[in-house]
Design a protein around this ligand. Structure first.
Ligand SMILES: [Zn+2]
Length: 384
């Protein structure tokens, strides 16, 4: 958790050198304020494949798929700076609100290339210690094995003993088999348990997984240390259990208490900064660069017999509401969001048929069918 007991546990973990797991990943680009170190970071976009391992003991811990979908949605909204509560971010910090260009998708292919829902479940006799015991990460020990952590963000959802909401592994913290994010089931997804009920625990932990540390620095909050980033003000308060809807101060300056890397209640969390974005991209261009070529959410054909010799393509991509494809003989079009939910059905007929849609800006998965058979799959970006 991001609370008093939790704070103690996390600080203790740092002090004794244990792994403080806390983090996560994404895809897009563009509309981000330029910061001094951004020149070093190529403009890019990424969608990070996510696998969710649900390791449960009591039935209520075996959360439904819908909660998982809502968590993917919460991750994407946070990393895209969408749906920020009105009035939450003071004018002073408005210019620092940043679309990180990072997005997340529920995996559509497992490490062997087989179709998957991106969700694994296991009933376990394990009692999971605060922060996630080693056993959680190993099928042979009662948990569930990680999928290749170079190519997926592994999220384990379970009940932690004690009062911690989530943990994560920093880049290269290791061991690889335990690389990823662990989140207490009560605080996973939207509609979870207040005050951590908007999926922000996973956002915070994914921030760690991509290299971010807390704004107050690596250990106890003091005014002598910070996170090394210029655009997150010096602070010695964690805002654990607080929800400031006003400007709050520490170390002589206003605090960005609505930054995702504080412990603030979910209702009062809103943003990453440009330099946090750059640091996460340095991770994605460095130790986690294999995510860029991951096929975990590939919408290329999975089975050869599903697809005709010349898979159908749609163009232009990105588009702003109209695309074309060769639909001679008739094509049914299914559009899925990054959590894998069907959001729209369209159809087209004719050589070089134009298709109009009203999908909002974002990244979508498109499946093309002819007579019910899949004849093409493609990721599509919509710009509005
Ligand atoms: Zn943290």
């Amino acid at each position: 958790m991001r609370g008093a007991t939790i704070l103690f546990v996390i600080v203790l973990q740092f002090l004794v050198g244990l792994s403080c797991h806390a983090q996560r990943c994404g895809f897009t680009g563009g509309r981000v304020p330029v910061s001094p170190i951004q020149e070093l970071v190529p403009e890019d976009e990424i969608v990070i494949p996510v696998v969710v391992h649900i390791v449960w003991q009591q039935p209520e811990e075996n959360i439904p798929d819908e909660r998982v979908f809502s968590q993917i949605e919460a991750l994407n909204e946070a990393f895209a700076a969408e749906h920020i509560p009105e009035g939450l971010v003071p004018n002073l910090f408005q210019p620092f609100i940043t679309d990180t260009g990072i997005r997340f998708c529920l995996a559509t292919r497992d490490p062997q290339g087989n179709p998957t829902t991106g969700i694994e479940r296991r009933h376990t006799p394990l009692t999971i210690a605060p922060g996630g015991t080693k056993e959680l990460h190993y099928t042979a020990l009662g948990g569930l094995d990680a999928w290749d952590p170079d190519r997926y963000l592994n999220i384990w959802v379970t009940r932690f003993a004690g009062g911690i909401t989530g943990t994560a592994a920093f880049p290269e913290e290791g061991p690889k088999e335990e690389d990823g994010v662990e989140v207490h089931y009560e605080f996973f997804g939207k509609g979870a348990t207040p005050p951590y009920d908007r999926g922000i625990t996973t956002v915070h932990e994914a921030g760690h997984w991509l290299g971010l540390i807390h704004p107050w620095g690596p250990a106890d909050p003091t005014c002598d240390e910070d996170d090394g980033l210029d655009d997150t003000p010096l602070s010695d308060v964690t805002y654990q259990g607080e929800c400031p809807f006003w400007l709050v101060f520490s170390c002589g300056t206003p605090d960005m208490s609505m930054n995702f890397m504080y412990y603030t209640d979910d209702a009062c969390m809103a943003m990453f900064t440009p330099q946090q974005r750059d640091l996460m991209w340095a991770t994605l261009n460095g130790p986690r660069s294999a995510l860029k070529t991951s096929e975990g959410c590939a919408f290329t054909p999975v089975h050869a017999d599903e697809v005709e010799r010349q898979p159908l393509r749609l163009w232009p991509n990105p588009n702003a509401g109209i695309f074309w494809l060769d639909a001679a003989g008739g094509i049914e079009i299914e559009v899925y969001d990054l959590a894998g939910r069907l959001v729209e059905r369209l159809s087209a007929n004719g050589a070089r048929a134009a298709v109009r849609h009203d999908l909002p800006q974002g990244i979508w998965m498109v499946v093309l069918r002819r007579d019910g058979r899949i004849v093409g799959r493609q990721r599509m970006s919509v710009v509005r």
